[in-house]
Design a protein around this ligand. Structure first.
Ligand code: HEC
Ligand code: HEC
Length: 482
């Protein structure tokens, strides 16, 4: 990693942009799904490159009510539109990384997804949704876009919408587990629209959104439950999803995943909690981003009749994806305020004694291996599969479009600034993750509680749970230094 940083900064930089949708790379990009014959197949190379490239316009920060510079809104109405990403102007590594930051923050949608422009001008919206505001008064999850002079549009659904965290002191950490309460805002948006649009119409919209998550090849697909839910229950399912967890495309409204920290992604061999996507090169990270943001919508799942949205109207260019990935590789954690004191030192000994390092192996604090979920039998000889099982909730690995049957071992770096924990963000804090009470059927998870608020207990991952409280404190003190 150090060498990459040095390379980018000090040498003349020759961009070596891989072809993103190269057939053999795409065909071997993913692990098969748990039910192999329903593994996704993707759009072919010719059709991919016929999708128009996304034009990235210059965008501007959004400020919480009363926090922007004097006359800001008026000034935005006078700026000329400008194309912000132009690879012909990029020569140094630093310029490529800076251009990648623009791609990271570039909205992909100008329709309100989780919130409207009016919401962002309404102090009450911030109180009700809990949307965090940065120290400088900005809202780093969305941007104002100017495509035509005089027209200022709200844009969101760039990487920043989900992968930006605002710490308690207002520091913005790009790439960290996001903490915009996306799905709660989405629920609020539905509640507000139900006052002006016929509820049946909204219900139909939500049901059609929910259809994309179904797994028609499973006899007992949990996702199918949404069909029999009423609007109030569907809205409540959205409200149940805390910041740091989100029902992204190809995940599940009822089984949403934790948003992973992208800081350190360069060292991970597999992407997604289920290890779905191989990360063999920068090209694979580029393929991941294109697929997750746009191209997934044209996937086919064997012979299954899956509700899909068809070919996307735009995609990132290969150069945009390359810049974006260089930016992701350049991300660094914020300065860690936790000292390696005597408690942390004792904790580090416990970490070794409890053999945490067999899975969370230093220096990455992951061995980059996959662990089979209960109910799944890996094919013998599958590389990188650990022989151990840990008994965590298997549903995300079995009942979603990302379900390979595995969970990957996550890195423990940066746990001090992130949370909630576990693949579904069910434990709000490290203290809760190591609280033995979480195994009890009457336990109420402190993070994501389940769509109906009734899912009790956080099963599995028994490591560290039998330590006496003072040792647990030391172990956590150590983890917070990583
Ligand atoms: C709507 C929210 C959302 C948006 C927008 C979004 N992501 Fe994600 N991202 C997620 C969630 C949730 C996951 C976890 C999915 C899983 O594990 O199955 C994820 C996973 C990832 C991963 C896998 C990381 C790992 O270690 O497993 C990468 C890489 C990633 N996103 C990059 C991006 C990039 C780059 C963009 C913009 C081009 C982006 N994401 C946009 C929510 C989002
Ligand atoms: C056999 C492998 C294995 C061992 C041993 C192990 N872990 Fe884990 N750990 C995992 C896996 C897999 C997950 C992800 C669980 C999930 O996705 O729900 C995980 C998750 C975690 C998390 C939550 C991380 C996050 O970002 O959500 C923490 C914290 C953690 N482990 C700490 C430890 C500590 C401390 C020990 C030793 C006391 C330990 N683990 C032992 C495999 C292991």
């Amino acid at each position: 990693m150090k060498t990459l940083a040095r390379f980018l900064v000090f040498s003349a930089f020759a961009a070596d942009i891989p072809r993103v949708w190269e057939r053999s790379a795409v065909e071997t990009l993913e692990l098969p799904l748990a039910v192999r014959e329903f593994s996704p197949s993707h759009i072919d190379e010719t059709a991919y490159y016929s999708i128009p490239e996304r034009v990235i316009y210059k965008s501007y920060p959004i400020y919480a009510p009363g926090r922007g510079p004097e006359g800001y809104a008026e000034r935005l109405r006078t700026v000329e539109p400008e194309v912000a990403f132009d690879p012909s102007r990029l020569t140094t590594g630093e310029q490529w990384v800076a251009a990648g930051e623009i791609v990271f923050n570039a909205p992909t949608s100008l329709h309100p997804v989780f919130f409207t422009a009016d919401d962002l001008g309404d102090p009450d919206f911030f109180r009700r949704s809990g949307m965090p505001v940065a120290r400088d008064g900005s809202v780093p999850f969305a941007r104002w876009v100017v495509r035509r002079k005089g027209l200022v549009e709200l844009g969101s659904m760039g990487c920043n919408t989900c992968h930006t965290r605002v710490l308690k002191d207002g520091t913005v950490v790009p790439g960290a587990q996001g903490n915009n309460p996306n799905d709660r805002e989405g629920a609020l948006l539905l509640r507000n629209s139900a006052k002006v649009v016929a509820p049946e119409k909204i219900l139909a919209q939500v049901l059609s959104f929910a259809r994309q998550f179904e797994m028609p090849w499973l006899p007992d697909d949990l996702n199918r439950l949404t069909r029999s839910m009423n609007l109030e229950q569907l809205i409540a399912a959205g409200e149940a999803i805390p910041p740091g967890v989100t029902a992204r495309a190809n995940t599940s409204m009822l089984l949403p995943p934790q948003i992973p920290d992208l800081i350190g992604v360069r060292d991970r061999r597999y992407l997604d909690h289920t290890g779905l996507v191989r990360h063999r090169s920068i090209g694979d990270l580029m393929r991941y981003s294109s697929l997750a943001q746009d191209v997934f919508s044209s996937d086919r799942y064997g012979a299954a009749d899956v509700e899909k949205l068809s070919v996307p109207s735009s995609r990132y260019s290969d150069a945009q994806l390359y810049a974006l990935s260089l930016y992701l590789y350049s991300l660094r954690p914020p300065v860690n305020p936790n000292a390696f004191d005597s408690s942390a030192r004792r904790g580090s000994l416990l970490f070794a004694r409890e053999r945490c390092g067999e899975c969370h192996t230093p220096p990455l604090y992951t061995n980059n291996q996959l662990i089979a979920a209960d109910g799944f039998s890996p094919q013998p000889g599958t590389p990188d599969v650990s022989p151990v099982r840990i008994g965590v909730d298997p549903r995300y690995a079995l009942q979603t479009h990302k379900g390979t049957g595995y969970y990957k071992v996550p890195s423990l770096k940066g746990v001090w600034y992130r949370g909630p924990f576990g693949h579904n963000g069910s434990a709000a804090t490290l203290e809760d993750w190591f609280d033995p009470a979480r195994l009890h059927p009457e336990y109420v998870p402190t993070g994501f509680k389940g769509y109906d608020g009734k899912t009790r207990s956080i099963p599995g991952h028994p490591f560290g749970l039998r330590l006496p409280p003072s040792s647990r404190k030391d172990l956590i003190a150590f983890l917070k230094t990583l």
